[in-house]
Design a protein around this ligand. Sequence first.
Ligand SMILES: [Zn+2]
Length: 85
Amino acid sequence: MRLPCPICGERDRREFYYKGAALERPAPDAGEAAWDDYVYLRENPAGDTRELWYHDGGCGAWLVVTRNTLTHAVIGAELASEAKA
Ligand SMILES: [Zn+2]
């Protein structure tokens, strides 16, 4: 699989570290249940997902990669600092 880093261009996925689903972080005072969901509960969708990847072997940027879990097609990537939730 190849990932399109917005800074470096298309690179092999072995240059990246997979962090997990790109979820919106709860507010600091959101409560125990919201934080428990954020840390431990995950959907297992069949289709397009948004994931966090770190370009460890390249520019060091955090990316939000949109990928289809059925076809493994990478639809796009954007810098996490510019991504909308
Ligand atoms: Zn990069």
